[in-house]
Design a protein around this ligand. Structure first.
Ligand code: FO1
Length: 322
């Protein structure tokens, strides 16, 4: 019988932006308070209006705090746009929409960064302020910036994603600064003590690969005792959100969960696909334990239900010795 004082089994999730945050919200709802740690992509971070913007950290933070804009998935709820409107009037850059409340956070984070705090400390201060019970860990403290190589040249990530709406043909990625990034003690500790690791349904190239580009992080994931389970962001031949399917086509790959599983390769102990794609598992094409279920998350109950199923599946892999 479990002693009352026993710490809840700890779960680590790897997440990028909107799609990843959805499952993280479900996991937080499904798990005991404090059991979840989310490692977040920072390759999308950039400098804008003289401030450091960390879109994926903020998407996860606002989502876990229940204050995100449920329409867009990013930014704050009940947002106002006075600064953006004035910036546009003055001829400043307005293609990246920073709301007033959101801007308050960017000002504070940039101020703290200038004062010498690191991104892990700052993110922890912020999540405590928002009363988020889960830990949110940036993939590293050093700046790593994703560059997207396209048929129209090389673009900084947010230029490709937001300004150009992912229209240029995707050719490849560079994670600038990754070679100087260091595994943080918090990430090492979280992964080593995890009972399960879940790779959220985030874009494998834009969101998961930058995390894996941090030297040592991929090896650590490979070596953890916990099962590593990924949830496919590709459902019925389409991406749940964002350009993953388009990128696969442009790389000449099939827009299939198979492509995701092959990409993540040896890291995985298990894979979760949508029931629409269950034929792949039935045909034995995925040669890892696979769960086929409803993976589309539209509201909190569906996020929580998927999280519970993924957790149960992960536990079954341990029980089966898989
Ligand atoms: N995404 C957009 O498509 N347009 C925007 O104007 C935009 C602004 C924005 C502001 C703050 C923030 O935290 C995120 C924002 N995002 C915006 C989302 C973001 O660029 C992407 O979803 C991620 O980087 C991809 O995961």
């Amino acid at each position: 019988m479990a002693a009352k004082s026993e710490r809840p089994a700890r779960v680590v999730a790897l997440a990028g932006g909107v799609g990843g945050a959805k499952l993280a919200i479900g996991l937080q709802a499904a798990l005991p308070r404090g059991a979840l740690t989310v490692i977040v992509n920072t390759g999308d971070d950039f400098e804008h209006w003289g401030l450091t913007i960390c879109p994926d950290i903020d998407t996860v933070l606002y989502g876990l705090a229940g204050v995100n804009n449920s329409q867009t998935g990013w930014g704050r709820d009940n947002e106002t746009w006075n600064v953006l409107t004035e910036m546009r009037r003055l001829g400043g850059e307005s293609w990246f929409r920073l709301g007033d409340k959101d801007l308050g956070l960017h000002l504070l984070r940039s101020y703290w960064l200038d004062a010498g705090a690191n991104l892990t400390e700052i993110t922890d201060r912020l999540r405590r302020t928002f009363d988020v019970p889960s830990r949110i860990l940036p993939m590293c403290n050093e700046p790593v910036r994703t560059l997207v190589h396209t048929d129209e040249g090389t673009l900084p990530f947010q230029d490709y994603f937001v300004r150009r709406r992912c229209e240029p043909v995707f050719l490849g990625l560079t994670f600038v600064g990754a070679e100087r990034a260091k595994l943080t003690p918090d990430i090492t500790e979280a992964l080593q003590s995890a009972a399960q690791v879940i790779i959220c349904p985030s874009n494998p190239y834009l969101s998961v690969d930058p995390i894996l580009s941090v030297p040592g992080l991929g090896d650590l994931l490979q070596d953890v005792r916990a099962p590593v389970v990924a949830v496919s962001p590709i459902v019925g031949g389409r991406a749940l959100k964002g350009p993953a399917a388009k990128m696969m086509q442009e790389m000449g790959r099939s827009t299939s969960p198979l492509t995701v599983a092959e990409h993540l390769g040896d890291l995985l102990s298990g894979f979760v696909i949508d029931r629409r794609d269950r034929a792949l598992a039935q045909a034995g094409l995925l040669n890892i334990p696979t769960l086929a279920t409803d993976t589309v998350m539209s509201d909190l109950p569906s996020k929580r239900r998927l999280a519970e199923e993924v957790l149960r599946f992960g536990r079954s892999l341990v029980d089966d010795g898989g």
